[in-house]
Design a protein around this ligand. Structure first.
Ligand code: NI
Length: 255
C-alpha cells in the first residue's frame, strides 16, 4: 500500500472527476492521502474532503505565497480548524524565494508563527522550501521546530541539509521530480535517506512524475514515485511502499 503524503485534491482541476480520480488511487493501492491546505479556503476544503472520505486526512496552513494575505485572524482560523480530529498537521508553511509572491519578511513571520502554533498544538508541520534552504534551516532551529517535528515536502535541498533535518527528527518527502532524467542529485538523496525517515508524495495536481509528465497529476501516480525510488535503492517496491506508509502513519499519528 502507498501513502500519498502531500496532495491538493480540492483543486479545481478535479472539478469534473474528483471521485473517479480518488477511486483510481484506491485501485492502485493508495491507502491514505494527506490533503494539504495553503490558505484559509483551501484548508477548509481540505477539512471537507477529509470528512467525506475516510482514507483522506488533512493539513491546514498558510503557504508562503499566501503569507501576505493571512493576517492575525488567518492564524486564529488555522488554530480553530486544527482541533478537528482528521487534521493531522499544520501546513503547508515555509519560504519560497523562487516566486516571492509575498515579501520575504512576511513569509518568515508567518512561517515562525505557524511553527509556534504547531508546537503549541502538538502537531507535526509540513514545510515548503523553494530556493530558501538557509533561511528555512535557520528558522526551524530558532523556533525549535524539533519539538513539533514534521516533514520537508518535495525535498529539493542538499544531502547535508537532509542530514540536519533528520537530526532534528524530521522526515524527508520525495515527489515526482525524482523520476525526471536530470534529477541525479535528488536520486542520490532518495537512496541515502534512511528508509525509516522517507515519505513519498505526488503534490498533485503539480509535479507529475514520468511517464505522465506534462499532464495533470493525481494521487494514483504516487506509485511511479515509489517504483522509481525502490529501483534506485534496489529493493522490492512492496518494501518501499510498506516502509513509507508506516513512516507517514507514525508521523501523522494515524492508526
Ligand atoms: Ni503542496
Amino acid at each position: 500500500m502507498f501513502f500519498d503524503s502531500h496532495a491538493h485534491l480540492d483543486d479545481r482541476k478535479y472539478g469534473q472527476d474528483r471521485h473517479e480520480m480518488l477511486m483510481r488511487a484506491r485501485e492502485q493501492g493508495v491507502s491514505n492521502i494527506i490533503n494539504v491546505g495553503y490558505d484559509i479556503p483551501s484548508s477548509q476544503r481540505s477539512v471537507a474532503l477529509a470528512e467525506k472520505y475516510d482514507f483522506i486526512y488533512a493539513a491546514v496552513g498558510i503557504h508562503p505565497h499566501d503569507a501576505a494575505d493571512c493576517g492575525e485572524d488567518g492564524l486564529d482560523k488555522i488554530r480553530k480548524m486544527a482541533s478537528h480530529p482528521k487534521i493531522v498537521a499544520v501546513g503547508e508553511m515555509g519560504l519560497d524565494y523562487y516566486r516571492n509572491l509575498s515579501p520575504q519578511d512576511t513569509q518568515q513571520q508567518v512561517f515562525r508563527q505557524q511553527i509556534r502554533l504547531a508546537v503549541d498544538l502538538g502537531k507535526p508541520i509540513i514545510v515548503h522550501d523553494r530556493e530558501a534552504h538557509g533561511d528555512v534551516m535557520k528558522i526551524l532551529k530558532e523556533e525549535k521546530a524539533d519539538q513539533a517535528r514534521g516533514v520537508l515536502h518535495c525535498f529539493s535541498g542538499s544531502m547535508e541539509m537532509a542530514r540536519e533535518c533528520l537530526k532534528m527528527g524530521f522526515y524527508i518527502s520525495i515527489a515526482g521530480p525524482v523520476t525526471f532524467n536530470n534529477a541525479r542529485k535528488l536520486q542520490e538523496i532518495a537512496v541515502e535517506i534512511p528508509i525509516d525517515k522517507l515519505l513519498i508524495e505526488t503534490d498533485a495536481p503539480y509535479l507529475t512524475p514520468e511517464p505522465h509528465r506534462g499532464t495533470r497529476n493525481e494521487s494514483s501516480y504516487v506509485v511511479y514515485v515509489g517504483r522509481c525510488i525502490a529501483k534506485l535503492r534496489n529493493i522490492p517496491v512492496e518494501e518501499l511502499a510498506a516502509a513509507t506508509t508506516a513512516n507517514a502513519k507514525i508521523l501523522f499519528g494515524i492508526t
